[in-house]
Ligand binder design. Structure first.
Ligand SMILES: *Cc1c(COP(=O)(O)O)cnc(C)c1O
Length: 357
């Protein structure tokens, strides 16, 4: 049976990425060796790293003066690395979910943190508006897509101070005006590649302004100076991410992805809004994520939640059980998910409605 992969992360990758990775595991770049067993200093792998950085810049239209790094430790390590490198006295954060609050916790250990607004009061089901960004803070941190609650900041906001964004789960899902950001980062395992690589896009001139000693591996400058090859990079994860970037380029780049993502999300949100069994977690349409679509069963039907999960399971729909903190369901509709999979889920929702009511 064909599977429809709605997992939140690690998550669906293009078939092209998987096939090219299998080939490289057997014979990488005609070396007769596996990508798993070749030196990261070999000319073949150096070429992979350089092409990944170059294509990353091309697809996101990154201006001069920025570096692209592939690090390890996940987005979660960035939560600490950011204040280590950028926080002198005070940082500003927007609290839009579980990931933002983890980032805030790490920053608090290194300086003052001004949480300019929070949507915690309503279980993070909206994006706060009309907050004031303090001009005396060193940077302003946002999480553009809130993978767990299902909200998203879909436009590039204006910030009077360096803007730092966790784009773990919406990178490459839409065009981004990178010039508005001092830094963009995330784990690769949502929209880019397998787990193991953490991408960092950083404006070179924001560094070197803090007084503290920064451990070598936690210092962005270390990695910039060595072209992201200071130590062994996550070789396989970078190789696979490069295949996804090639696939994206072939498929209309970020503009093409955005068009498909809007179409998929509209199809599913329309059904959630129409179907009497379900409600969207995020009421405000402009705050609804195009990547992680959260919905619950209405009170009258709540007892059927488990039955619905079994029902969709029989149709090959995987990974729609909601995060434990939100409950209900979450369908992640990342770049590689075809429209057809959303259509199968929507049909299952209609059929289940007819079955139980
Ligand atoms: C998944 C996720 C993280 C955590 O990423 P790790 O690579 O597991 O550390 C952080 N932020 C967001 C928005 C995420 O979706």
């Amino acid at each position: 049976m064909k599977k429809h992969n709605f997992y939140a992360g690690p998550s669906i990758l293009p078939q092209f990425t998987i096939e090219e990775t299998i080939k490289a595991i057997e014979n990488f770049s005609n070396t007769g060796l596996s990508v798993l067993e070749i030196s990261h200093r070999s000319k073949e792998f150096v070429a992979v790293m350089e092409e990944s950085q170059q294509l990353f810049k091309e697809l996101l239209d990154i201006p001069e003066g920025y570096s692209v790094l592939f690090l390890q430790g996940g987005a979660s390590t960035q939560f600490a690395m950011i204040p280590f490198n950028l926080l002198n006295k005070k940082a500003a954060y927007l609290d839009t979910g579980a990931w933002s609050s983890k980032a805030i916790k790490e920053a608090k250990a290194l300086g003052d943190v001004d949480v300019v607004a929070s949507s915690k009061d309503k279980g993070y089901n909206y994006i706060p508006k009309n907050y004031v960004i303090p001009t005396d803070a060193d940077y302003f941190h946002i999480t553009t897509n809130n993978t767990i609650a299902g909200t998203e900041i879909k436009t590039d906001i204006d910030s009077p101070i360096p803007l730092v964004a966790d784009m773990s789960s919406d990178i490459f899902s839409r065009p981004v005006d990178v010039s508005k950001y001092a830094m963009i980062y995330g784990g690769a395992q949502k929209n880019l590649g397998p787990a193991g690589a953490t991408f960092v896009v950083i404006k070179d001139d924001i560094l070197g302004k803090v007084d503290r000693h920064i451990p070598t591996m936690l210092n962005y400058q270390t990695h910039i100076d060595k072209g992201s090859m200071f130590n062994t990079p996550p070789v396989l994860a970078v190789f696979s991410a490069l295949q996804t970037l090639k696939w994206l380029k072939e498929n209309g780049g970020v503009k093409g992805a955005q068009k498909r993502n809007i179409e998929k999300a509209n199809l599913l949100y329309d059904e959630i809004d129409r179907n009497k069994l379900f409600s969207a977690v995020v009421p405000n349409i402009e705050d609804r994520s195009l990547m992680n679509i959260t919905f619950v069963m209405n009170d009258d039907y709540k007892s059927h939640e488990k039955e619905f999960l079994d029902f969709v399971d029989e149709r090959g729909i995987m990974g729609i059980k909601g995060h434990r903190s939100v409950g209900g369901f979450r369908a992640s509709t990342y770049n590689a998910l075809p429209l057809e999979s959303v259509a199968v889920l929507v049909q299952a929702m209609k059929d289940f409605e007819n079955k139980i009511s």
